[in-house]
Design a protein around this ligand. Structure first.
Ligand code: N01
Length: 579
C-alpha cells in the first residue's frame, strides 16, 4: 500500500465487511455501545445470502420463527412470517425491514468490495482497501463475510461455446428468469438444486438434471406455522428463544437420547415416521447414535431410501437418487418441497454423471459420454468455496505481513472461530472453528456478535487496547475442533465441510461440531476468565496475557454405550493416548 493511500484512508474505529444478518446486527450492537462503526458491502442491498441467492424455490430450511433475530422483543413481535419456511423474497424484505427499523443503511456503503486488509503494527490499525481503491484505517476489522458467499470456480470444457444463458443459483438475475417453453439443464443436486428443480420443472418444456452425487433430502411440509410453535413463542418469547439457543444446532430439534441400536424395530419405525411427518431436520435428532454408530446410521439411511422409493415411480431412478457414498448427516442434508416426485414428471430426466460422465459443453448444450443434450439455458447449482472462500480472497496480511492464505495453508486455524493468531483486532463472525454452518445461522450470529461487542466494550474501557489470539490457544482450539468431530462419522464424507468440493483445498473439518450450546458456554467462560487464550496490549505494554485455552467443556452427555467407539476413534486420530 502506498503512503498516499494510507494518508487518504478514512479513519474509523471499526470496519465491518458484509451487510448480511451478521454485519447488520454487529453495526447495531456497536452503535448501542457508542463504538464507531461502518459497514461495507459488495452488493447493492442488505441481506447477504438472501440478497444473492434469488434462484426459484430458495427458502430457509430452519423454521422462520427460529431463523430470525431474537435480540429485540419489539422487532420479534411486529414481524409475522407467512410460512413455516419463509421464501427468499420474504427473507430479503425482513433484512430490509431490520435495516430500516434500526436506521442501519446510513452507515452501510454498498457496491464496495474489499480486496485488501493489512495490519499496521506501528499504528495498531488495519488499512483496508476496496476494489475501487478506496481506503479505511480502522482499529478493529470485523469480517461478516458469510460462510457460503463465494461460489466455487467450477467450470467445464467448452463452457464458453454455449451461446445461450448460463445461470448460477448463487448469482441469480434480480429480474428473475422465465423458463417457459425452454429446454433446461441443471448441474448439481445439493440444497440449491433440490429447491429449484421442482419449480424449474413446472416451467420448462424439458428439464435435465445432471447428478454426480445424490443427497439425502427430507420433506419440508411447508405451510402455515404449526399452532404449537405459535403458542409456545407467544406465551414465552424469551423462553422460546433461550430453548432454541440452548441446543446443539441452535434450533429446537428435540434430540432423542435413546440409541437406535438398542431400540426395537417397531419403536424405531414409529420415531422415524413421527419425525418424517413433522418434516425438515427433525429426523437428525431421532437417535443419539446416528452420527456415531454405523449400524444406527444405516437404520436411518434405509428408512430414507424407502421413502425415496415411495416417492419415485421408476425404481431405477429411485435407486440413482439414493445416496450410497456417505453416511446420513455427514454432508449437509437437504429439505425439499416435492423434489423426489418431480422425477415422475414426463418432462424431467435424470442423468447419472457417474455412469455417463459429462464430456463438454458445446454450441447445442452438453455432451455426456453416452449422448448430446440440447438446451436453451443451463443452471449451475455447483456450490460454494465454503467458510474460507470469502476471507482468503481478500489480500489479508497480519503481523509482519503474514498472509492469511499462508497461515491457513493446511486448513483454517482460528481460536474459537473468532480470531486468528497474528491478526490482531480482526474478528470473524461464524468463522471456521465455530459452530456456524452446523447450526441455525442467526442464533450463531447473535452469539458471536454479542461476544465480540462485549469484548470491544471491555477493550474500550482500557483505552482501546488491542487483542490477539495467542498461538498456543489457537493450536489448542484447533485440536479441540478435531476432538469434537472425530468421534462422529462426519469426516468420512467428501463434503464442503471438509473443503472437499474445491480442488486443492486442504481437507480439514472446518466447523466446530461440539454444538452451539456447548460452544456458547466455552466462549462465556473464556471472557469470564479475563479473555483466556488472548493477549491484550496497549501499545507496547501487555495488559493481560494468557496463552492457554483450558475452558474445555466436559464431554457432552454421551451415552455410555458409545464410549468404546469414541475412544477408539480418538486414539486412532492421536487425540487420546493409547490405553
Ligand atoms: O451446493 P452443494 P449448494 N460436475 O455444494 C455438484 C446452503 N444452502 O449451493 O456432490 C458435476 O451442496 C455437486 O456434486 P458432488 C446449505 O448449507 C442452504 O446446493 O460434488 N457436478 C453437488 O451436487 C448447502 O449445503 C439453503 O458430487 C458438480 C452440487 O454441485 C450449501 O448452501 C439452500 C460439479 C453442489 O452442491 C451449499 O448448497 C441452498 C461438477 N464439476 C443452499 N461441481 C437453505 O437454507 C459441483 N457439482 C435452504
Amino acid at each position: 500500500m502506498t503512503a498516499s493511500k494510507i494518508q487518504d484512508a478514512q479513519p474509523i474505529d471499526t470496519l465491518i465487511v458484509g451487510a448480511g444478518f451478521a454485519g447488520m446486527y454487529m453495526l447495531h450492537k456497536l452503535r448501542e455501545l457508542g463504538i464507531g462503526a461502518q459497514v461495507v458491502e459488495a452488493g447493492s442491498g442488505v441481506g447477504g445470502t438472501w440478497y444473492w441467492n434469488r434462484y426459484p424455490g430458495a427458502r430457509v430450511d430452519i423454521q422462520s420463527l427460529e431463523y430470525s433475530f431474537g435480540f429485540d422483543a419489539a422487532l420479534e413481535a411486529e414481524w409475522h412470517w407467512s410460512e413455516r419456511y419463509a421464501p427468499q423474497p420474504e427473507l430479503l424484505r425482513y433484512a430490509d425491514h431490520v435495516a430500516d427499523r434500526f436506521d442501519l443503511k446510513r452507515d452501510i456503503q454498498f457496491n464496495t468490495r474489499i480486496t485488501s486488509a493489512h495490519w499496521d503494527n506501528t499504528e495498531g490499525r488495519w488499512l483496508v482497501g476496496s476494489e475501487a481503491d478506496e481506503f479505511w484505517a480502522c482499529r478493529y476489522l470485523i469480517l461478516a463475510t458469510g460462510c457460503l458467499s463465494v461460489p466455487t470456480d467450477v467450470t467445464f470444457p467448452g463452457i464458453e461455446t454455449f451461446p445461450r444463458p448460463i445461470y448460477r443459483t448463487s448469482r441469480w438475475p434480480r429480474e428473475g428468469v422465465d423458463f417457459s417453453g425452454q429446454r433446461v439443464g441443471i448441474i448439481g443436486t445439493g440444497s440449491s438444486a433440490i429447491q429449484s428443480i421442482p419449480i424449474i420443472a413446472e416451467q420448462a418444456v424439458h428439464l435435465t438434471v445432471f447428478q454426480r452425487t445424490p443427497n439425502y433430502s427430507m420433506p419440508a411440509h411447508n405451510g402455515s406455522i404449526p399452532d404449537e410453535d405459535i403458542h409456545a413463542r407467544a406465551s414465552d418469547p424469551r423462553g422460546y428463544r433461550a430453548a432454541s439457543k440452548d441446543t446443539p444446532g441452535g434450533f429446537q430439534n428435540f434430540g432423542n437420547t435413546a440409541l437406535a441400536t438398542q431400540t426395537s424395530p417397531d419403536e424405531i419405525r414409529a420415531e422415524l415416521e413421527r419425525r418424517w411427518a413433522w418434516g425438515g431436520f427433525r429426523i437428525l435428532g431421532a437417535f443419539a447414535d446416528t452420527a456415531i454408530a454405523p449400524a444406527a446410521n444405516r437404520i436411518v439411511h434405509d428408512f430414507i431410501a424407502e421413502k425415496i422409493r415411495e416417492q419415485v415411480a421408476d425404481p431405477a431412478v429411485a435407486e440413482l437418487l439414493t445416496p450410497k457414498d456417505h453416511p446420513f448427516g455427514t454432508k449437509r442434508p437437504c429439505v425439499d418441497t416435492g423434489y423426489y416426485a418431480t422425477f415422475n414428471r414426463p418432462n424431467v430426466e435424470l442423468i447419472d454423471l457417474k455412469s455417463d460422465p459429462l464430456v463438454a459443453f458445446n454450441a447445442g448444450g452438453i455432451t455426456t459420454a453416452k449422448r448430446q443434450h440440447d438446451f436453451d439455458a443451463i443452471v449451475l447449482a455447483t456450490g460454494f468455496d465454503a467458510m474460507t472462500g470469502a476471507i482468503d480472497r481478500i489480500d489479508l496480511r497480519g503481523v509482519g505481513g503474514r498472509k492469511i492464505k499462508d497461515h491457513w495453508a493446511e486448513g483454517p486455524r482460528t481460536y474459537l472461530g473468532l480470531m486468528v493468531a497474528g491478526f490482531p483486532n480482526m474478528f470473524t463472525i461464524t468463522g471456521p472453528g465455530s459452530p456456524s454452518v452446523l447450526t441455525n445461522m442467526i442464533n450463531s450470529i447473535e452469539q458471536h456478535v454479542e461476544w465480540i461487542a462485549e469484548c470491544l466494550a471491555s477493550l474500550a474501557k482500557r483505552q482501546h487496547a488491542s487483542i490477539e489470539a495467542s498461538a498456543e490457544a489457537e493450536t489448542a482450539w484447533c485440536r479441540h475442533v478435531m476432538e469434537a468431530v472425530t468421534p462422529t462419522m462426519m469426516p468420512q464424507a467428501n463434503s464442503w465441510y471438509m473443503g472437499a468440493n474445491v480442488p486443492g483445498k486442504p481437507r480439514m473439518f472446518m466447523p466446530y461440531a461440539g454444538g452451539l450450546h456447548t460452544y456458547t458456554e466455552i466462549c462465556r467462560q473464556v471472557a469470564a476468565k479475563g479473555y483466556e487464550g488472548f493477549v491484550i496490549r496497549n501499545g507496547d505494554s501487555v495488559l493481560s496475557e494468557s496463552h492457554d485455552f483450558t475452558s474445555h467443556p466436559p464431554m457432552p452427555d454421551i451415552p455410555e454405550a458409545l464410549m468404546p467407539i469414541i475412544i477408539e476413534r480418538l486414539m486412532a486420530a492421536g487425540l487420546m493416548p493409547a490405553a
